[in-house]
Ligand binder design. Structure first.
Ligand code: SAM
Ligand code: SF4
Length: 431
């Protein structure tokens, strides 16, 4: 979501004649968009500013604005501690960039905008065209969260759940497709909680499916509690919807899920997975896990491993529990760090084995790859298959925006290698 926000912040800045630069030392204005989900986020801000100070030593200081969730959560402290910062803009206030910049230029005062006016933000953004012209683009459809998992800062930094209207999203999708975008990933902290005037996420998917030149639709991140039947059915009904779902579970222990306030059990979670697979046996899953949550015993951890082995996620993102100030679990008794670390190592080893086996199972099979860009070495072209696997082929052709059948010939941990195959689209399958 920060990537979408950063692009939109740039769209606003562009309106007032700012341009992107790859050379930091040329910047008149430096906007640091931040994430607060795990610890050290604030340290990173101070570290980055230290780097800026060195770059601009003896030169005119650039305007420095901190945006995103660190700005929301710790804006006052940042402004007080770091005089190099000119303004703070929370994630629901970045539409105020224009006023902020002109106030700074007029030396009016230090600014701290951290209101939760999401309606106003999107009203403003809707009048500024989304200029993203990448092959694959993000589109924020829902923001915020009402679920209050005990470990998480999102309900405090992004505010309550909010969904944009289906019409404004359809218009933005159309603009993106006109720019050359072929794949859109619908975004939300709980994207499947999307609900606007009776329309759920499945309706939005149906609506944007009708955009002719839009080839692929994805959505992330889903919450198990919001996985309703209509969305499960959507995976049967809409061909453009890709068969890869990121569905975080956090832990395989019902005891820990309860203590986290996740409000569902592992059985309920697995039921969703099996229903989806019944509708579309191709579907693959990825997930997030928190290891060493307060109260996690060896038995709870074993249950997490059992779930990992059962679902066989093609990607698993795992982190040691990070106590976030202001959240209920920050004050709970922690699992010994060394124990948590040991569990993380075991978890990641097994998750990696599953991933490697999955990748090997793709060798000599044909995937359908949407190509995005030529790689820096100038020899290879980069794209993604239906399951978001990164695929690289050697070619001197410009494949940007094209979908091709690719035979997988090999791969490493992060990338699969392949060659263009002439199999007709309808015969494509993947393990
Ligand atoms: N809304 C999604 C859900 O509930 O499934 C997840 C969104 S959250 C912004 C992204 C991920 O960050 C979570 O799935 C969780 O694994 C991780 N996360 C959030 N708070 C954390 C914490 N305090 N410590 C470690 N990981 C955390
Ligand atoms: Fe955070 Fe997701 Fe829980 Fe909301 S549902 S509080 S975003 S982890």
């Amino acid at each position: 979501m920060n990537e979408y926000d950063s692009n939109r912040i740039y769209d606003i800045a562009k309106k007032i004649n700012y341009k992107k630069t790859k050379n930091i030392e040329h910047a008149d204005c430096y906007i640091l968009n931040t994430c607060h989900i795990r610890e050290k986020a604030t340290d990173k801000v101070y570290h980055d500013i230290g780097r800026l100070k060195k770059i601009f030593k003896g030169k005119k200081k650039p305007i420095v604005i901190i945006t995103g969730c660190v700005a929301q959560a710790e804006g006052d402290i940042l402004l007080k501690n770091e005089k190099y910062i000119d303004a703070i803009l929370g994630p629901q206030s970045y539409h105020l960039l224009y006023e902020t910049l002109s106030n700074i230029e007029k030396k009016i005062n230090k600014l701290n905008f951290t209101e939760f006016d999401v309606n106003e933000k999107f009203d403003n953004l809707n009048s500024i065209k989304n200029s993203c012209n990448d092959v694959s683009s993000f589109l924020t459809v829902q923001e915020g969260c009402n679920k209050f998992c005990k470990f998480c800062v999102v309900p405090y930094t992004r505010g309550p759940e909010f969904s944009r209207s289906i019409d404004e999203l359809f218009n933005e999708c159309n603009d993106l497709v006109k720019n050359g975008v072929k794949e859109i990933t619908l975004l939300g902290q709980n994207v499947n909680a999307y609900y606007h005037q009776g329309n759920k996420l499945s309706k939005l998917i149906e609506k944007i499916s009708s955009i002719k030149k839009l080839e692929r639709i994805r959505y992330t991140t889903s919450h198990p509690l919001d996985f309703t039947e209509d969305l499960i059915e959507a995976h049967k009904n809409f061909k453009k919807l890709m068969p890869h779902i990121h569905l975080p579970i956090q832990s395989g222990s019902d005891k820990i899920l309860k203590q986290m306030n996740r409000k569902h059990t592992t059985k309920e979670y697995l039921d969703i997975i099996y229903k989806l697979k019944k509708n579309n046996s191709e579907i693959k899953f990825s997930s997030d896990f928190i290891i060493g949550y307060p109260g996690e015993t060896d038995k709870d951890f074993e249950e997490t491993l059992k779930l990992l082995n059962e679902v066989k996620y093609i990607n698993s993102y795992s982190f040691i529990f990070s106590p976030r100030p202001g959240t209920p679990s920050a004050n709970m008794a922690k699992v010994d760090y060394n124990v948590a670390k040991e569990r993380l190592v075991i978890f990641q080893r097994i998750a990696e084995e599953i991933k490697i086996n999955y990748r090997k199972s793709l060798f000599n099979k044909i995937g359908s790859v949407l190509f995005e860009n030529r790689m820096k070495n100038n020899l290879d072209f980069f794209g993604r298959d239906q399951f978001s696997n990164s695929i690289v082929v050697k070619t001197n052709k410009n494949l940007k925006g094209k979908i091709k059948s690719v035979k997988i010939t090999g791969g490493n941990q992060n990338t699969l290698f392949g060659e263009i195959d002439d199999v007709p689209e309808k015969e494509i399958f993947a393990a």
